[in-house]
Ligand binder design. Structure first.
Ligand code: NAD
Length: 291
């Protein structure tokens, strides 16, 4: 299917990045969130990120203006009714995603493909909430979306090949590379990455090292571009915890138990960069470790 219009649900850090790359690739984008404030903040973030791309000569001023003009914010999910492809990118919580999916299905034409940017939740289970499990799949971008090359494509048990090929064509039009993953908890990237981050939290919790020593050790000792705790703050500690819980519940193995310190940071609302504080405090000029 030739996809021309894309609906993005959730205008948070991932949703605004998805709208950004889709619009620059020529898709008409409808961007939905719960509040006008969330939509206004997302549009401002997209513009700021595109201005940065213009200043680095990655896109032209005309590309930016055309891209911005292709994004229509919408509070009402009925506006997604024109979409050929829907990408759900709301909070990583299965109940929230189920309600969103059930709420949009009645507005969508028969041909619309529905996807989720979930980091970990079963695509097969989400698909079962729709009237079209064969036209449902995982479309998992990496953060930050404009910079990261990979998109994981995850087939649910019922996903048909036409749906997969249509999504693959979109990934290629975005200039990104797809990795195919089977539908098991957290797929490929997060199955490996998030337990490593959780282990870094245990290393901190048990006092093996402090925030700075753990991050420096992994940057200098394992050649990682970011330390695991810095990366956790970047992803969002709520998202990291949600993924650990999906792994723990879905694979029923105690090796995936979420670190109590990670749980405590989330309970405090210290979710990382997006709330100004996590393993680092971002409220000053330079990030300061909180432990
Ligand atoms: P976020 O907290 O930045 O944004 C979530 C957005 O969803 C918020 O703006 C919220 O208002 C909105 N939302 C919640 N309920 C909604 C509803 N019913 N209708 C419309 N919008 C609603 O989170 P994020 O980091 O952008 O994550 C979004 C999704 O992307 C999650 O499924 C997450 O697992 C996935 N993901 C995250 C990362 C990452 O590094 N953060 C990477 C890949 C995928």
């Amino acid at each position: 299917m030739d996809i021309k219009t894309v609906g993005v649900i959730g205008a948070g850090q991932m949703g605004n990045g998805i709208a950004h790359v889709m619009a620059l690739a020529g898709y008409d984008v409808t961007l939905n969130d719960l509040s006008q404030d969330a939509l206004t903040a997302a549009l401002a973030k997209i513009e700021k990120n595109m201005v940065r791309q213009v200043s680095r000569n990655l896109i032209t001023e005309a590309d930016m203006q055309a891209g911005l003009a292709r994004i229509s914010p919408a509070l009402d999910v009925a506006a997604l009714g024109t979409a050929d492809l829907v990408i759900e990118s709301a909070t990583e919580n299965e109940d929230i995603k189920n309600k969103i999916i059930e709420g949009i299905v009645p507005h969508l034409p028969e041909h619309t493909i529905i996807t989720s940017n979930t980091s970990s939740i079963s695509i097969t289970r989400l698909a079962a909430r729709t009237d079209r499990p064969e036209k449902f799949m995982g479309f998992h971008f990496m953060n930050p979306v404009p910079l990261m090359q990979l998109v994981e494509l995850i087939r649910g048990i019922a996903t048909d090949d036409e749906t997969y090929q249509s999504c693959l064509a979109v990934v290629e039009k975005l200039g990104k590379t797809a990795a195919s993953a089977e539908d098991f908890p957290a797929f490929i990237v997060n199955r490996i990455l998030i337990p490593m981050i959780n282990e870094a939290c245990y290393t901190l919790y048990e006092g093996v090292g402090n925030v700075a020593s753990i991050d420096n050790a992994m940057k200098l000792g394992a050649n990682h571009p970011m330390g695991p705790l810095e990366l956790a703050d970047f992803i969002g500690l709520d998202t990291c915890l949600a993924i650990m819980n999906v792994l723990h519940d879905g694979l029923a193995d105690t090796k995936y138990r979420p670190c109590p310190l990670l749980t405590k940071y989330v309970a405090a609302g210290w979710l990382g960069r997006k709330t100004g504080r996590g393993f680092y405090d971002y409220r000053g000029d330079v990030p300061v470790p909180t432990r």
